[in-house]
Design a protein around this ligand. Structure first.
Ligand code: LLP
Length: 433
């Protein structure tokens, strides 16, 4: 009946997550509230790990893309599950380290890492820095020399693959701010340069073609293009790059009609291409990294709100306003993202109404979903938006000086606060006068 494995309905007819009543969680912690099912997060991580074991002999590493959802509790789960993490800023790196995450399993991305961020990464011993452009290569070389440290790097490559997803989250094509292009010779020129720099060890290459992708074919294509380039590097320099980072981007089920392939299917098909192309290029099978973000946390999270004003505009539409909005979930205003919504305290009832769920910000576009099927809605109902575990809390803002919600983790019938709700005092904490 529901779109994720962690949701169910109890005997009161209330939606549950991880076996706990969402109505009681909303009561206990207040709304809006992000709730994440820890067991599902761990299961998703294990599925990725197992698929690498099953289809690639375990010769790889899952590096959770922490931009999808980052807080100390999440990095601690990744540490506990023995996977790596991908970070894209000094702030994510700092949070990971604060959670005790081991730096050697951190992959550091970004198209414009600052000198301070790169220095922090070098000094703390980040395992792989993914260099995005030539000026960063030289900047990092200088930082490594000054620190007297050898640094393991990868290059971000644009494989020229068109992934079928929203243009704002498509990254593999030539017109992208990320990475080195193959077609123009830019990528090979960067390899030529890196091989001359003794402080930097080029361990491999990285690509990421986009996000929320359902087709496996673009991933296969990207893997093939990357290995062919690794073959070109070997032919030109005799250098064998040992690692291939294939990025993230696996689509998840936001709506009941979405039907993503399982990770095994992805890994089976992609590892076949990797092995075959490596053999053709006379290369050893590379150590592979994958960087799932959304697919690990997205389905495991929901957001709970209280319904406030309901405005019926005859012949036009009905607005159902909730006590959150674009501040805690900017994905609809940014990408017109799909979401399934429901009334948590009427979970067994049929969806008989079609409404537009609106946030409380002073902004007409502040909507969570338009024309969404939903149960009969009344003021005071608890409204649940499903599959909000990825890119919701991590993209939240204080627009209109609205404090960001708390994040609660549920596991085995118990709840715990992972991130407390912001207060009004938090909102003025950085104001200087
Ligand atoms: N690796 C790299 C280098 C990335 O840039 C990303 C996502 C990932 C991995 C993880 O991709 P995932 O498995 O989560 O699709 N804010 C947008 C998504 C932006 C994705 C940015 N990069 C959204 O809310 O849909």
């Amino acid at each position: 009946m529901f779109i994720s494995d962690c949701l169910n309905v109890n005997k009161e007819g209330h939606l549950t997550i991880g076996g706990l009543s969402t109505v009681q969680l909303a009561e206990k912690y207040g709304t809006p509230l992000y709730v994440m099912d820890e067991n599902l997060i761990r299961e998703n991580i294990r599925s990725f790990k197992k698929s690498i074991e099953r289809y690639y002999g375990g010769h790889g590493l899952v590096a959770y893309a922490s931009k999808a959802f980052a807080c100390k509790a999440m990095y601690a789960i990744c540490k506990d599950e023995g996977i790596g993490v991908d970070v894209v800023s000094g702030g994510e790196l700092y949070t990971a380290l604060q959670a005790g995450f081991q730096p050697e399993n951190i992959v550091f991305h970004g198209n414009n890492k600052t000198p301070d961020e790169l220095t922090m990464a070098v000094e703390t011993g980040v395992g792989r820095i993914v260099v995005d452009n030539i000026s960063e290569l030289h900047l990092l070389d200088g930082i490594a020399r000054a620190a007297g440290k050898k640094v393991r790097i990868m290059f971000r490559i644009k494989p020229g693959v068109d992934a079928h997803t929203h243009s704002f989250i498509r990254t593999g094509q030539i017109d992208s701010k990320f990475g080195f292009a193959l077609e123009t010779g830019e990528a090979m020129a960067a390899v030529d340069e890196a091989l001359k720099l003794p402080e930097l060890t080029l361990v491999g290459l990285h690509c990421h073609i986009g996000s929320q992708i359902f087709d496996i074919e673009p991933f296969e294509h990207a893997a093939q293009v990357m290995l062919q380039f690794m073959g070109d590097v070997k032919k030109k320099h005799g250098a064998v790059l040992r690692e291939l980072n294939l990025g993230g981007g696996f689509g998840i089920k936001y709506l009941p009609e979405h039907d993503p392939d399982d990770y095994d299917t992805y890994m089976k098909r992609v590892s076949t291409v990797v092995k075959k192309t490596a053999a053709q290029q006379d290369l050893p099978e590379p150590f592979i990294l994958i960087e799932p973000g959304r697919s690990i946390v997205g389905p495991a999270g929901i957001t709970l709100y209280k319904v406030g004003a309901i405005k019926e505009i005859p012949g036009v539409r009905t607005y159902v306003s909730i006590d959150g909005g674009m501040g805690d979930n900017p994905r609809y205003i940014l990408y017109q993202s799909d979401y399934d919504v429901m009334i948590a305290n009427k979970a067994t009832q049929q969806k008989t109404e079609v409404v537009t769920v609106a946030g409380k910000c002073c902004e007409s576009g502040d909507l969570i979903q338009e024309n969404a099927p939903i149960q009969h809605v009344e003021v005071g109902d608890v409204l649940a938006v499903l599959a909000t575990g990825a890119y919701n809390y991590s993209m939240a803002s204080n627009y209109n000086r609205i404090p960001r919600p708390a994040v609660v983790f549920v596991k085995d019938g118990k709840d715990r606060l992972a991130v407390r709700r912001e207060t009004y005092e938090d909102l003025v904490r950085c104001d200087c006068e």
